[in-house]
Design a protein. Structure first.
Length: 285
């Protein structure tokens, strides 16, 4: 069978994007010892927006006019809430565990799509969702006590699912560049308001390069994922998003001596299996 170079490149872009996200997660864990989650979210967004300026300049500003500003605001606010939850989880639980909670997003998307845009749902999808949430229950292990950071991380998956369905809702008229622009704009403005909540302080000179790197890693990771999904069908490359668990487990062990517990491994296996069931489409013969 000949090698499908496009599929190979698409898969590599997806894995590279997940590696960049894990790098961002590592920075968040380190910086969270000095900065609050709301500060880190703001710096992630404002420096991420700066990274996008050359891309927007190259594509021109004429395509930014929109009649769907409310949907852009919903996408930005839900994505921002997901970011707050994810950053909080990263600061308070193991790196691999936080990345696993990010993997629950596909479980929420069909539920939100059914309730909001009236998409049809079949028995396979219902089975996959039930399997995935059973995996979440095993992972969170309620009998051992409710871990607030885990619950907040799971809520982040729900908010991220809403953000993705919002994109689907307006994708018939809104190109990717416009969606990225309004997310960067609204997320930066909204996250700046959170700086007035709690104890905040101005970064020192040594912190600025790391905060800039935070924005670069997050934005470049998103661009890599976008490129990967553009090059190959989502059903063929989406499973490579789970590579983040591998990168996160390795990084967690090397830098924080973190090793996953048994219920984490079992829960992760069930969530990954559910995700594969959700995206799998049998080829027509």
């Amino acid at each position: 069978m000949p090698l499908n170079k496009t599929l190979l490149l698409g898969s590599l872009f997806v894995m590279a994007g997940e590696l960049l996200f894990v790098g961002m997660g590592m920075l968040i864990k380190i910086l969270s010892e000095t900065f609050s989650s709301q500060q880190l979210v703001f710096f992630r967004n404002i420096f991420g927006a700066l990274v996008l300026i050359p891309i927007l300049y190259r594509n021109g500003l004429n395509g930014l006019k929109t009649d769907r500003i409310k949907l852009h605001l919903l996408r930005a606010s839900s994505g921002l809430l997901a970011m707050f939850c994810f950053f909080y989880a990263l600061a308070n639980i193991q790196l691999a565990n936080a990345m696993l909670l990010k993997m629950t997003v596909p479980l929420f998307i069909p539920i939100i799509a059914v309730l909001w845009i009236k998409e049809q749902i079949n028995a396979k999808t219902i089975f996959a969702i039930a399997l995935g949430f059973f995996g979440v229950t095993v992972f969170l292990d309620p009998q051992a006590g409710i871990q607030m950071a885990g619950i907040i991380g799971l809520a982040g998956g729900a908010f991220a699912g809403l953000a993705k369905v919002s994109i689907r809702k307006m994708s018939d008229t809104e190109p990717a560049t416009r969606i990225v622009f309004y997310f960067a704009l609204f997320a930066t403005l909204l996250s700046s308001l959170s700086l007035f909540i709690g104890d905040t302080h101005w970064p020192s000179t040594t912190h600025w390069p790391w905060l800039l790197l935070l924005g670069i890693l997050g934005t470049c990771g998103q661009l890599c994922l976008t490129q990967g999904y553009r090059m190959a069908p989502a059903s063929q490359v989406a499973t490579f998003t789970y590579s983040s668990l591998i990168w996160a487990t390795i990084a967690g062990y090397l830098f924080w001596n973190e090793l996953p517990e048994l219920q984490t491994v079992i829960g992760a296996a069930l969530i990954i299996l559910a995700g594969i069931v959700l995206i799998y489409k049998p080829q027509k013969t």
